[in-house]
Design a protein around this ligand. Structure first.
Ligand code: KIV
Length: 275
């Protein structure tokens, strides 16, 4: 079997239509989180299909314990930076806690801000049947919506911690119902987080819209990782995440080497000084 490389697909902007086509053709796709221009540009050039400005911004950039504190203005700011670096990737902005729960009208207002002020192509929000009406209203305002079901970090207090969802029969049935509700409401794709692999497969086979897995097994239509897990920049990566490069360790080494040369008056040398 030949290996497919991401850069082989770099020509056209990814759209909600091209993702639907990829699902129909059984072609997997990729999403990574990004929070600034530099990494957006790197991931875009590497052929990553979607860039998610996740509310994980609260954890990995702001150092918070949960995703709850990050504000709408903060995610809008980071989305603007990412959108500047994305030439081909579809930019999805994560609606933070409090920006869509009050009611559909408030949610539509928040979603429009992401498009107008930040250049997002789509928004993502957490929840299934409970937010179906909200998804419908945002979609009616012509803003594409990505759903997010299973382990939904914004519900950490209601769930009593972060735990794999859908292990019981009733939990499984509820998540399947959520998946159908999100599709029915008009979402163009749905993130499946923290569910057993066989449930990830069943949802992906049941839905017409693409599924994007994170801790949901290998049979989702696409896969997403938080960039800090991909690059070894975090302290405690979840067990489902795979580190593809030890950037955290390399950055530490570089900083130590710099400090040693400065302390020993080796940097800057004549090569790195103006005459
Ligand atoms: O905020 C985020 O990074 C996410 C991903 C885990 C899908 O929602």
């Amino acid at each position: 079997m030949s290996t497919v490389t991401a850069s082989a697909r770099r020509e056209h902007r990814v759209t909600v239509r091209s993702l639907a086509q990829r699902k129909r053709q059984g072609e997997p796709f990729t999403m990574l989180t990004a929070y600034d221009f530099t990494f957006a540009r790197i991931f875009d050039a590497a052929g990553i299909d979607l860039l998610l400005v996740g509310d994980s911004l609260a954890n990995v950039v702001q150092g918070c314990d949960t995703t709850l504190p990050v504000t709408l203005d903060e995610v809008i700011y980071h989305t603007r930076l990412v959108a500047r670096g994305a030439r081909r990737s579809l930019v999805v902005a994560d609606m933070p806690f409090g920006s869509y729960q009050v009611g559909p009208e408030d949610a539509v207002r928040s979603a429009i801000r992401f498009v107008k002020e930040a250049g997002a192509h789509a928004v993502k929000l957490e929840g299934g049947s409970l937010v179906a009406e909200t998804i419908e209203r945002i979609v009616r305002a012509q803003v594409p919506v990505m759903g997010h079901i299973g382990l939904t970090p914004q519900s950490v207090n209601a769930m009593g911690g972060y735990r794999v969802q859908g292990r019981s029969e009733s939990g499984r049935a509820r998540i399947l119902e959520d998946a159908r509700a999100v599709q029915e409401a008009g979402a163009f794709a749905v993130v499946l987080e923290g569910i057993p692999a066989d449930l990830g497969r069943e949802i992906s086979q049941t839905l017409d819209i693409p599924t994007i897995g994170i801790g949901a097994g290998p049979d989702c239509d696409g896969q997403v990782l938080v960039m800090h897990d991909l690059l070894g920049l975090g302290d405690s990566p979840p067990s489902f995440a795979k580190q593809y490069a030890p950037l955290g360790a390399l950055a530490g080494e570089a900083a130590r080497a710099f400090a040693e040369e400065v302390l020993n008056r080796k940097f800057p040398d004549s090569m790195h000084s103006y005459r």
